[in-house]
Design a protein around this ligand. Structure first.
Ligand code: UDP
Length: 356
């Protein structure tokens, strides 16, 4: 079996490659401009790595050849850091919609099976958030279900939604290709995947504002306050990247059952507010390092205007229905929040903390 993976050098792509390359009879063509996270795999005989980004000046002809050579296409290439959605909206839309679309068009035209990575952010905000909260409301007003839930985004001036909108348009294009020309697809909506090699640690590995967990871990390692945006009331449902890869393997192993569906890939048992997550990260550092001082690591509140700038608007809550995923794939997530935080913090503690 031959698989093309775009974005193979990213956080999810690197874990996917680890798992795929451990299998007999699988060969991979991987595209990514960055190979730091997969440096341990570059010599693997079953991997052909193209250090290239989609949308490069001469990439389309090579991409067409690579799609033609493969049985499956996993399309992971994306910009997915919320700090860029409102500050670089044009680039966010360009990369996530226009550069990603040729992969879909080629898979449809050449009749290859497509596993397309979308985002849980296509759901936007919950209906309950507009009704003033979740107490005593029907779970259907906040539970995200791929078949029935509406996709609710804020006004255009809130450019935070540039990413979600681009991703939603791509989902609609995938679905239209399926409907009109028989494209075989699976769309993945990831719910806050966490694990080692996630993004980068700002001020340690690179500069910028990655997603929440590397922000919190970096703050603890650098001895600066953890910053909670708007009080840390937003809620997220945290998923181990290993559970996510299990779901992808279930899709790959049973195409008759798995294809032509949209999947919520998440763990509804791991729901936390960002304040609870900050406290859990402090406690994880205590467990991993054996040092009680981390329990008192400072936490400060910042406004979203100061942290992200104008045009940011938060998703209030992301809790998903995964009954269809259980039935269709025979998959359900098993890693609890405490153990996945232990694994991730221990990974960074070994790299950067143990000698500090
Ligand atoms: N957040 C925070 N402190 C940070 C980074 C993020 O409080 O240093 C909040 C952010 O406002 C949002 C949540 O954490 O409510 C998750 O943000 P993330 O960037 O991980 O991505 P999202 O889940 O919004 O796609």
């Amino acid at each position: 079996m031959k698989i093309l993976v775009t974005g193979c050098g990213g956080f999810i792509g690197s874990h996917l490659l680890d798992r795929l390359l451990a299998r007999e009879g699988v060969s991979i063509i991987g595209w990514d401009p960055d190979c730091k996270r997969i440096s341990h795999l570059l010599d693997h005989p079953a991997l052909s790595f193209r250090q290239e980004r989609l949308g490069g000046p001469e990439s389309l002809a090579r991409l067409e050849q690579d799609v033609a050579d493969c049985d499956w296409v996993f399309n992971l290439s994306a910009i997915c850091h919320p700090s860029r959605y409102n500050t670089e909206a044009l680039r966010t839309i360009h990369v996530n919609l226009f550069e990603a679309y040729p992969v879909i068009e080629l898979a449809a035209r050449l009749g290859r099976k497509l596993v397309h990575f979308s985002t849980s952010e296509v759901y936007g905000k919950t209906i309950a958030s507009y009704l003033g909260g979740y107490d005593d409301v029907d779970p259907a007003l906040y539970m995200m279900n791929a078949e029935n839930s509406p996709l609710i985004m804020g006004p255009v001036r809130n450019q935070r939604w540039s990413y979600a909108c681009a991703k939603q348009m791509l989902e609609r294009l995938v679905y239209a290709h399926h409907h009109e020309s028989g494209l075989q697809f699976a769309i993945i909506r990831p719910f806050n995947f966490f694990g080692p090699r996630m993004d980068y640690l700002p001020g340690i590995e690179s500069e910028g504002v990655p997603r929440v967990l590397p922000m919190f871990i970096s703050a603890v390692l650098r001895g600066i306050p953890i910053q909670l945006v708007d009080g840390g009331h937003a809620r997220r449902t945290i998923t181990s990247v290993h559970d996510a890869i299990d779901a992808l393997m279930a899709i790959l192993d049973q195409p008759q059952r798995s294809l032509n569906h949209i999947y919520n890939i998440g763990n509804p048992r791991n729901e936390v507010s960002m304040r609870e997550l900050a406290e859990a990260v402090r406690q994880t550092f205590v467990r991993v390092s054996g040092e009680t001082r981390f329990a008192r690591h400072p936490i400060e509140i910042v406004s979203s205007m100061d942290f992200y700038g104008p045009g940011y608007e938060d998703c209030d809550r992301r809790i998903m229905d995964i009954s269809a995923e259980r039935n269709q794939l025979g998959w359900s997530p098993s890693r609890e929040l405490e153990s996945l935080l232990d694994e991730t913090v221990a990974y960074y503690w070994r790299l950067y903390g143990a000698s500090s």
